[in-house]
Ligand binder design. Structure first.
Ligand SMILES: Nc1ncnc2c1ncn2[C@@H]1O[C@H](COP(=O)(O)OP(=O)(O)OP(=O)(O)O)[C@@H](O)[C@H]1O
Length: 602
């Protein structure tokens, strides 16, 4: 059983460098090219200032200290100070500008992802857990943001820094420079071998952290079931496993890091010692000055910083590649159900619904879930869909709402093919109440106005009254302004249902769909709901999916769905006379109710 576990094959955290992705990422940067050019100039200027420091040190020693010239000492001292002050100012500017740009780019990317997600069809969400989609909008965009924010500029800056140091060293004394590079192959072996291991450990640490988050999320969401089944100790064990993995990965990464960089410094020290040994000899022989050797060693020390920064940026690039792949996968997913090129506004409808030989399957290469359905429903008729579980009842209404498109045949509303009209104009005239009424965080009034924000107050009052939401609001001191919390957790199941009715009623649809809307409430609430239902159904075409057949006896047409087909069709009395599937279903339910009533003494 789930409880989000560690999954080795989960989305990879790193991907090889991909030019196409990089080009696409750069497109997000382009609108900010002016600011970024300024940043680059500042960064390069700052780097120039910093590279000049050892040379100034050389002059202060050779021309000032050795020759006892206080004027030179003062001037160079002042220059060093002003360089640092300038560096500080530009550093501050650079950080401000790059953070500002990075946040703007993140904002754009997140906004684009969110907007796109809302257009995607049900099929996209069918196959993806919500947690993974959420992590694309948060973690993955952050990884891209970090790359743009720090990575790209660091890459340019450190690379030029490195080149600058090498050029200066060669310019100062090419023989000594080459001598100091003798330890480079050793460095390459240490960093090249260890860095992937360090990164691997960080990756595992991040992945286990996301598994921990997922596990926590599921535990909080499912706490009622967990406690009801007394699964706490089993869950503790699983959580401990994840926690231990995370600790292990983190400790390993830290251990490796604490091994690598001191080793690098050690190797660096060998290079420096070689330079010192040869340099000292040359200083004694008066071939080189003391200031020269000090400056040279200072440059050598600066060599390791850019090297370590570049190796880190490289792994940042690879992890951004994995994030880019996941983000672009979402952005490239086309909504399956969308307006056709010549889609027109759907005119105000009366509510006639026709299914012409409609077939549908959820997945390619899977059998049809609906097989050649033909229907003709007159405006204002109440249609009940009944039948065994999995027969295809919800699928019929999913197609009517155009949550999915038919794979065969067509659906006409008032003679207009649903594929020829805009989704917005189609859905505006339809209302749906699902079994689990999704209520949004916000006030009761905001939830009522969800489908019609501009409804006049009088219409709001009437809608609330007719489905008894006014009574619910009165129970709270803040009335209609009561915050119902996430998913309406302040309300009971029945109250949420009534609120969902009110929401649909206020949007005043011509066609109404109720999916098992009256299940899971007590008899008293059900009576209220039934009364509210009567008000809602007046003058509208309605499709009601109900398992309890007693609630749909007065429907104009009952459709018995079986194996994706309409097995029987007619009024309650007609179907009872046929003695077919409906008769059987009805009698079974009736007998069950009778025996339940006898057992409970009702
Ligand atoms: N999103 C989906 N992806 C793949 N198959 C699906 C999906 N939704 C439903 N199905 C399958 O389609 C068939 C019809 O499902 P549907 O939900 O329409 O049945 P139903 O009659 O409404 O059932 P119930 O009364 O249990 O709600 C079932 O076999 C179901 O497994």
């Amino acid at each position: 059983m789930s409880q989000v576990e560690w999954d080795e094959g989960e989305d990879l955290e790193e991907k090889p460098f991909n030019r196409a992705y990089m080009k696409r990422l750069i497109r997000y940067v382009l609108p900010y090219r002016k600011v970024l050019s300024i940043v680059l100039v500042i960064v390069l200027f700052n780097m120039g200032l910093s590279l000049a420091e050892p040379l100034l040190l050389r002059y202060i020693i050779d021309e000032g200290i050795v020759k006892k010239d206080f004027f030179v000492i003062n001037m160079i001292g002042l220059s060093l100070l002003s360089f640092k002050a300038l560096g500080w100012l530009f550093g501050f500017l650079h950080t401000r500008l790059i953070n500002f740009t990075g946040q703007r780019i993140l904002f754009d990317l997140r906004q684009q992802l969110f907007n796109h997600l809302q257009t995607l069809s049900f099929r996209f969400f069918d196959g993806r857990p919500a947690g993974k989609i959420m992590s694309r909008i948060t973690n993955d965009t952050n990884a891209i943001g970090e790359l743009i924010n720090g990575g790209l500029i660091t890459m340019v800056m450190e690379f030029t820094h490195l080149i600058g140091i090498v050029v200066i060293l060669l310019w100062m004394d090419w023989k000594l420079a080459l001598l100091s590079f003798v330890t480079l192959p050793l460095l390459y072996i240490i960093v090249g071998k260890m860095q992937p291991k360090i990164e691997g450990s960080w990756t595992r640490s991040r992945k286990t952290m996301s598994a921990i988050n997922g596990n926590l999320n599921e535990t909080i969401q499912g706490i009622r079931v967990i406690q009801a089944f007394s699964r706490q100790s089993e869950n503790n064990r699983r959580f401990e496993e994840l926690n231990a993995r995370n600790k292990f990965a983190f400790m390993r990464a830290v251990k490796l890091e604490s091994l690598v960089w001191p080793s690098v410094e050690m190797v660096g020290m060998i290079g420096t010692c070689v330079v010192l040994w040869f340099g000292a000899k040359q200083v004694m022989d008066k071939e080189l000055t003391l200031g020269f050797i000090m400056a040279f060693i200072n440059y050598l020390w600066r060599f390791w910083g850019p090297l370590s920064a570049l190796s880190k940026v490289y792994s940042q690039v690879l992890s951004a590649m994995a994030s880019a792949e996941r983000i672009f996968e979402v952005l490239d997913s086309e909504p399956e159900v969308k307006d056709s090129k010549n889609a027109k506004e759907m005119k105000p409808i009366r509510g006639e619904v026709v299914f012409e030989n409609v077939s549908f399957r959820y997945e390619e290469n899977k059998p049809d879930v609906l097989k050649g359905i033909n229907l003709r429903i007159k405006p204002g008729q109440r249609v009940a869909l009944v039948g065994p579980t999995g027969a295809g009842k919800s699928t019929v209404v999913n197609l009517l709402m155009r949550f999915y498109d038919t794979t065969g045949g067509r659906i006409l509303i008032d003679g207009q093919d649903v594929k020829d009209v805009t989704l917005e104009s189609l859905r505006r005239q339809m209302g749906i109440v699902l079994q689990d009424s999704f209520i949004f965080s916000g006030t009761i009034e905001e939830n009522l106005r969800y489908g019609n924000e501009d409804a006049p107050d009088e219409a709001l009052r009437q809608a609330a009254e007719s489905v008894r939401v006014d009574k619910i609001a009165l129970q709270f001191p803040e009335g209609f302004q009561t915050q119902v919390e996430e998913r309406g957790s302040k309300l009971s199941v029945g109250q949420r249902q009534l609120l969902a009715f009110g929401r649909v009623l206020l949007s005043d649809p011509r066609i109404l769909i109720l999916d098992e809307a009256t299940s899971s409430v007590d008899t008293d609430t059900e009576q209220h709901i039934q009364a509210a239902l009567q008000t809602m159904l007046e003058g509208r075409t309605a499709f009601i999916i109900a398992h309890r057949l007693s609630t749909i006896r007065d429907a104009d047409v009952i459709l018995v769905v079986k194996d994706g087909q309409i097995a029987e069709q007619g009024s309650h009395d007609e179907l009872m006379k046929q003695s077919g599937l409906y008769h059987k279903l009805y009698m079974t339910q009736y007998e069950m109710q009778q025996s339940l009533a006898m057992q409970t003494g009702a």
